[in-house]
Design a protein around this ligand. Structure first.
Ligand code: 5GP
Length: 176
């Protein structure tokens, strides 16, 4: 409870960023405060240990999933793999196109990042419409991963991203 409050106090809201009408939740203060960052990883670790008997890998989303994913993976003693924006990863990759609010994007993963049947937890900083995490789930499915859950710090409830991700579960530390 106090850890959650500490985390909450290290999230800022910026009105009209990156466009008019959007309230952007800025997690940079969490990274700047060691206690807030530890609290995030503590709460993720507690949740994962309580709810999943076995995790093989953490898959983090470009770019803010990369900030938290490796820390959680180290805590759990498992590996970390990257889901990146198109064109960044060398070697054979799988890719999936997805819709953004304006236009399209493509996400990629290295084909040997996950072996068939491996149990993977997906991590990002924030769930909005769910488009980004949905694309990551699709990618991991093409590699025949078993998706355990999606974990995020912040869930923007009114955008119903968790509905879009069904049947995959979403765990969020804070809901706005
Ligand atoms: P979605 O695909 O769910 O609509 O958007 C989520 C993705 O956009 C995440 O990768 C997240 O990092 C980024 N994002 C969207 N809105 C925000 C926001 O208000 N704050 C932060 N930190 N990231 C956001």
């Amino acid at each position: 409870e106090t850890k959650l409050l500490h985390i909450q106090r290290h999230i800022r809201a910026f009105v009209d960023f990156p466009r008019e009408g959007i309230v952007f939740r800025d997690i940079c203060p969490i990274l700047k405060d060691p206690a807030a960052l530890s609290a995030v990883i503590d709460l993720f670790e507690e949740h994962v240990r309580r709810n999943h008997q076995h995790v093989d890998l953490i898959a983090g989303l470009d770019a803010r999933g990369f900030l938290f994913g490796p820390l959680l993976a180290q805590r759990l003693g498992v590996g970390f793999v990257q889901v990146r924006k198109k064109g960044k990863l060398p070697g054979p990759t799988a890719s999936v196109a997805y819709e953004l609010e304006y236009g399209k994007a493509e996400a990629e993963i290295q084909k040997d990042a996950v072996a068939p049947g491996q149990k993977v937890l997906i991590i990002d900083d924030l769930l909005a419409t769910g488009g980004t995490l949905y694309a990551a789930c699709e990618l991991l499915k093409t590699l025949q991963a078993e998706i355990l859950e999606c974990v995020v710090i912040i869930e923007l409830k009114e955008l119903r991203g968790a509905d879009r991700l069904q049947p995959h579960a979403v765990f969020s530390l804070l809901q706005f």
